[in-house]
Design a protein around this ligand. Sequence first.
Ligand SMILES: [Zn+2]
Length: 288
Amino acid sequence: MGQKIFYAPVNHPHLGDELNLLFKHAIDAYCVAPHVWNVGGNDDVCAYLMDTSGGLVLLDTGYRASVYLMVDHIWRLGFDPADIHKVLLSHWHWDHANGASYIQGLSDCEIWLSQQDEVLHQKWRDDTSELPMVPYDVANFYDFQKPIEVGSMSIHVRLTPGRTPGAVAFFFDDTDESTGKTYCCAMHRGLEIPIMGPENLQKWDITEVIVRQFIRDCDELEQLDIDIAFPSHLNMGNVLANMPANKSDYSTWVAPYTWKHIVESRKRLVQTYYPKSFFEGKGKQADR
Ligand SMILES: [Zn+2]
């Protein structure tokens, strides 16, 4: 062991527990890769700003409550929110998508989502039982065969059902011009997995087929060599405990063991929700 960055248990309370107490849960922006910053501004949900040299891209947008901190962080880093060209949403949930329409109001950017999750976005848009949804219009659906090219970045999007039927993972290379080193970066957004327990499936439109698919995807994904894994929630990467004093030093997050650990540990947890037979024999055949 001795590995500092791993899937850590959720600390409570965090912003999601106390949306009216943002000041208690505010954090600074910090650099996670040569051209990527977490500008989410809170101790819960991340929003990653990518400086592509051909405009800015934002991966997720956080809660409505934390939008003003996100915008403030973008300015403080020397960027103009009006230069955001695309917001790429990892999945349709409020905690990741509720800032999207505010960013669009500032920048007129495109909002992207998977087609699978757009169905759920529409289904829940007027339902306030969990959280009110800030209306947003999706202009583009991901094409999983074709990377999204913006400036120097080529962002590969892979469908990784789990948290939602249309949750995605993002993969891209980022080069540090000062050292010439290139880092393979990834974000897997289907990992908030208690939702995959049998008692939760129906409410969240997760099927048993998706649960088995999640396990197969994890088997494949954990084979990938990823230098920097970006968590979608801070706890997924034990972030706060490892925060460097110098927020523009990303070297802390270059930790190739992290991705494998996070993916493997989530896979093992989902496996505990079901009997072994669920993943073998009959169940497996029914997916074909
Ligand atoms: Zn979330």
